[in-house]
Every structure is written in structure tokens, then in C-alpha cells.
Unconditional design. Sequence first.
Lengths: 516, 382
Amino acid sequence: MKFKILFVVLLTAGAVYYIYPPKEKINLGLDLQGGIHMVLQVEMKDAMKAELDNSKSNLERILKDEKVDVKQVKANPEQLKIMVTGVSEDKVEKTEKIFDDYMSRFNVSDDGAGDYTLSFKGAEVKEIRKQAMRQALITIHNRVDAYGVSEPIIQRQGLESNRIVVELPGLDDPTRVKKSLSEPGWLEWRLLAAPNSFKSKEDILAANNGKIPDGTAIFPSEPSANGGIVWYLVKDRVELNGNDIKTARRSSDQFGSPTVAFTLNQAGVSKFSRVTTEHRGERLAIILDKKVVSAPSINEPINTPNAQITGHFTIDESEDLAIKLRSGALPAKMTFLEERTVGPSLGRDSIRKGVRSTMMGLIIVMGFMLFYYKAAGINADLALILNMLYLLGGMAYFHATLTLPGIAGFILTIGMAVDANVLIFERIKEELRNGKTPKSAIDAGFAKAMSAVLDGNITTLIAALFLFQYGTGPVKGFAVTLSLGIVASLFTAIYVSRWFFDLRLAVSPNIKKLSI
Amino acid sequence: MKKGFNIFGARKIAVTISLLVMAASIAIVATMGLKRGVQFVGGSEIQVKFKEPVDISDLRTAFKKNGFAHASIMQITGENEFIIKLKGKAGDETAKGSKISQRISVIFQEASKEQKTSLFDLNKTNPTDLAYLMKKDNPLKIDANKMIGENRTVYDDIAEKIVQARSDRGDFFNSMDDALATVTQPEVKAFLTKSCTLGNYIKMKEDTFSPSISSEQTEKAILAIVMALGAILVYISIRFKFDFAVGAVLALVHDVTISLGMFVLFKQEFTLPVVAAFLTIVGYSLNDTIVVFDRIRENLKIVKTVPLEQVINSSIIQTLSRTLLTSLTTLFVVVVIFLFGGLALKGFSFPLLVGIIVGTYSSIFIASPVYYFVEEHFYKEK
């Protein structure tokens, strides 16, 4: 008996300790505190293509270095294959050795007549996916952090999916953050193939007799302040890219216009120095996410690690770009599958209504129990209050999140928690009617109602479990509240309420009539 | 064994009625169709609140004029609040959605006669953004190194107080004086007066779902409900006997079918929380059935000579008060949620309301007859 009291008191004290102060201890879901919930999909095809292109340019470079002339090295991004055609007979052996030495990630098939097809090995495909997801998670983390969002949640949805869940509490107009998450941030420096810009794609074609030269591509510029776009003919070869940058920050030029200042790493410095020396007088385009930001002329060789990107930036844009460069590029384009935004007013309103409904539910149910079970109703009511306390304590302890459906689950628990009491009390009444003394009626009531109480609650728990498995965010919150509520109510109805009866019997052991 | 009403004797009538209602429910669902929420079809749903009354037909015209002829607009009864739904078309992804969202904001701006300005909107802001605005300008000139202790949260506290005051005033400030009434520092007051404005509308919430994710949601929802039913069948089979489990699960199918029929009949919208409600029905409406079955099991151990029919009938009668009482207490709180829980929880509590009532009925009139039928036809070895 004494041990029981101690246990209940300790548990209650523990619950209060974990709940107090509730504002800090109970995590509110995004639907209650306001914020944005997004599900992003990493477009794996993009990541694979990028990887394929990389391998292709590597192969081209090696073949050139080893003086192997081939007719063509072509990437087929749809089938994720690289085709090498027209290897002369005397170079076959050397070519195959190059494949063995440098292209071990590929399965090579000999198509005859000096043609080869290279395709990614199965394990490589998996590895690329894994790496892409990792990189995406890290990059998103870096970018969200850079905007100072407090307590963001960024995690992979499930173990095998290509999806990432991003939750940003407190924000409700995250246009900038969103933009930064959807833009990969691929930065490249490439030389212009034609010194001037063109008004349209057609102009470029016209200037080149209808077909652009091999090894070049057409890129649009970033829209200027008035929304105009110009077009550039750019060489395919990438001189430098985002990986060559050590750090970047917002800055301004001598006229006070916003720019992005960056520092190159060692590899970057040597690449930059080489290209600026060899191509003096030409224009070097800075391309961000397939749009030309600017294309300054190379006036003199640059050997220092520090440089600037100028363009038509606003202050915010230059900061956004600096963040993108600092955080690294995303491995692929991101698709927004789901986006839920809750403004700050709705959440507050929901909490207010939730608290009011909880109070009303409590008063009605407790009033009913008192009315119907008289003194025994006090048992049930005290047990119910403890139940609520334990439920909240459990939520705080497990760092569970209270969501709007979770509030509904909380109120529902009030109604369901007394069910166990009702089953037990009705059984006690029945035993009393059969002529048992209060003490043995209480014993029998608890013992015999037990199986029904347990089975009933376990089936509800099973349903809650599937709900937890199925649901996302808010619905999961409901499943958690409901499950914790069921467990707490089992404890209070079977253990605590029993203890109250025992307490009363201890005060007057020979009680003749039980108020129930 | 006491004799009483012959509830079990009425089983044929009850089962007939139930079968008819179930058939009607299936017919209703088949003909009227489930009204699926934006999560399940893809598209956007925006809830907007205006400071001054806006006429719904004006809003409809504005949407039509701006190229959203397919928008469905509904007013929340008694409020200056509207819910706008844009069904997604295949191939629409939400990256485009953000542009749509901006176009819609312009419609709201015009509908509420809000001035175009680049000032910070105190009616639309959340505490985080407002605190960020003040921290950037730092009107109190707090030394960055001294941002500790009370100083650390000074701007967060001001922001929180302002937003709370707005919420207490019904989500809108009418004047800058109202907005800054809780601010005591004159420097902050001056800064906010200079850099803030008061807008005429707020977006309460905005959800966008890509159609590619929504078809998946539907499958997952159905799968979750079916698997829960299966798991419960297994559990009851282990704890009781398979014939009890058949009775329990058929009673559940009965409850879910009729709840769904009612749900469709009353034109409720099927959303994610509604899936939660249906799964709760699956879990909860079983409780009453278990109470009855538990008693049948107990009575069968005591009396061996009484016919099964009679054992079932007295078991039902003996447990009748608790079957009704447990449902009643839960019904109390569900009604409270339905009436006072707000719009979002209304859709959630409606199926629960129906499910609990139907579930109580079925635990008396459906579960036991099914159990009796299976027992008599498949298990009796005489």
C-alpha cells in the first residue's frame, strides 16, 4: 500500500516536472504554431545525368591525353549510356586498357567495329543515388541554416525514398527560402564562343548558318532589371565550377552595387590563373543554373584567390547567391510534391478552440461520472485528471509533437479514458447486486472486468499503430496522442482508481454500503 | 440465468435493416462519389480572412477575371473567411504553384482594397519574421556582445506580444496605435511606425499537393484501414475464437460502410484527418463488441446446458448498461469537438459521431448474430 502511494506520487511529480512550464515543454506542430511543411523530391535522373556527363568529359580528356583518336564520344542521358565510336584497330587494346583503368564504374560492351557502349554498373547506380540524397540533405541543411530559421526539421522520408521532408516553424512566407531550395546552385565558368550577346536564339543560328558549331551551346542570361533576356553562345568546356570555391559572401563594388565576393581554393586558383592567362581578351561567362549571370572580359591574368561576381543583383539576391555558393550545389533539381503553410493566426485560433473544447469535454464527462456513480465518480474523476497529466507528461518526455488532430485525440481520450472505469464500476455494481460485500465486490469487479478492458484498449491501440505507420505530420500526432492516452488510461483506471477504493476501505474497513 | 427482454430474438429484423442501410450506403457512395480533399486529388487550398466584409460573388468574379475559372470558393459561415480550392491538373507541380500563389495574393489585395507597398505588414506577420526585422535594424541599439540574458530575447518578446495582441483582437489591427499598444520602448515604436503597414487580408493557410503524391495517398489510406482490420481479426482470433473474430470484423465493416455512406450523404470532404477518424472508428467501435463477447465467453464457461441463443441474449442484456454508457461518454466529447472544435476538426468528428452510434448498435445487433451464425453452421459438432 505504502509502495503504491509512493509510486503514484512519484509518477505524478515526474509528469508535472516534465510538463512545467507547458509553453516550453510541449512541442507544437506546424499546424498549431504556424510554419511551412514541404516534401521535396530529388530528381534522380538529373543526378545520374550530371554524373554521366562528368564521366564522359573525363573519358574524352583521357583519350585525348593518351592520343587515342575516336570518331565520337557521345552520352545518351535517356539510357544512361556513353557511346564511343570509331576506335581505330591499332588503338583497340589501348582503349580497352583505358576503360579498365579509368572507367571501372561502367560495364563495357564491345559492339564490334571499334564501337563500345558503357553503362553504369548496378552498384554504381545505387551509390550515386545514395550520394545524391546525402548531398541534397547536407545542402538543404546549409541553406536553411543560412537563413536563420530556428529548429528546422530536415529528414529523408523513409529509408529508401528520394524524398526529403523540410519543416520550417514560424515562417509563413518563405519565398526566399523556397526559391533557394528549388534552385540547385550549379555554378560554372565557361568561355564565350562568340564575343557578343544576341537578341534571340534565332540570331545565333542565323550568325552560324543555321547550325551552332560543335562543342558549343546556347544559354540565356538572367533577366535584367526590366525583365529583358539576351542569349550567348558558350563553349561546352567548363573551366571552373562551384567546387572550386572555398567561400563566398555578399559584398559591393566600388560604385556600391551589390556583388558576390568569393575565395577560390587551391585547385580553383590554378585553373583560374591558367584560363585567364591563355584566353586574355576573351569573355568568361559565369553561369548559374544554366543562366548567364555575367560575362566579363579577361583583362589580365588573375593569380589571386579573391574575386567578385557582378550582375544585376539586389542586395537580397546577392546574399541568396552567396548562400548558394557557400552551401554547395544540390545534386539535382528539386520538385515540390507537397507544401503546407499555416499562418500564425490559424494556429492560435486552433489552440484557443482546442483548450476550450478540452475544458468543456472534461466538465461534461466529469459531471456525468459524478452524477451517475456518486462517490465512486470522484475516483473516476481523479483518475481522469491524473490520466491527462500523465498523457501530457508522456508527450513531453517522448518529445512528441502536439498537432491539431492531436488535440482532437486528447479530447477523445477524455471520453475514452473513463470507459475502463465504467466497465469496472458496472461490474462492481453487478457483484453488489449479487449480494457480495463492498470489499469482495470491488475485488471481483476489477478482476472480472480486466479482460474486456484490456482487449478493448489493445484493439484501439492496434488501429492507432497502423495510423501512425500511415500518417504524416498532423495525423501522426493524433496517433501518438491517442496511443499515449490509451496507455495512461489503462494505468489510471486499473491501478490508480483501484488504489482510491483501497484507500476508502482502509479508512472504514467494514463499510456496509458502497456509493457507486 | 435471468430471463429478460429477448433482444437477440430481434436479430433477423435488425440484420435485415442493417443490410438495407449498408446497401443504401454503398449506393450513395457509388452514385454521389467521395468528395476527396486536395491531398487526394492534387491542387491547392487556400483559406483567407478579410478585415472588412467581402462579397463572395465579387471574389468569384475576380478569380474568373484572373484566369482561375475553375476555382471553387466557399465562405465560412458567419465569418469574413473564404476557402478557395484549385484542383490540380496532371503535370502541375507546386514549383509553378508558388507563382499561382503570388497571383492569388494580388487578387486578395485588390478584393480587400489593400494598398500596394513595400512596407512590412504587421497584420500578416508571424513573430519570427517580426523579430528578425527588429533584430536587423536593432532600434534599441543593443550591443551584439550584450545580447545575453534578458537582452537576448527582447525583440522576440516584443514580436510575440504584438502577434498575441493581434490574435486577441480577432486577427487584425485597425490602427498602428492598437498594434503598438503593448510596446513600451519609444525607439521600437518609432521604428515600427516608420517601417510597418497594416494589411487588409491574411492567408490563414495554404496547402498545395502535387497530383503525383496524391494518388499515392489514396492507396496508402485504403491499405492502412484494410491492414488494421486484418490485424484486429488476428488479435480477436487469438484472444477469443475465430468465430468471434468474424462477428467482430463484420460488425466493423458494417460500421465503416454506414459511416462512409453518411459521410458522403452529408457532402463531407475526405481529408487526411478523416482517414484518422475512420481508423479510430475501427479501433473504438470494437470496444463494445468485446465487452459483449467477453461476457458470452465467461457465461459459456459457467453454464453448459443452456442453449447458445439464450446465453447470447442474457450476455447482451447483462452488459447493455456498460455498452451504452461507454459510448455515451465518448459521444459527449465528440459532440463537443464537432460543435466547438473549429472548422478543421468538424470534418474529423463527423464520421466519429456516426461511427460511435452505429458501432454501439452493431455490437448489440450485428456482431453477436454473426458469431451465432458462424458457430451454429461451422463449429457445432453434434
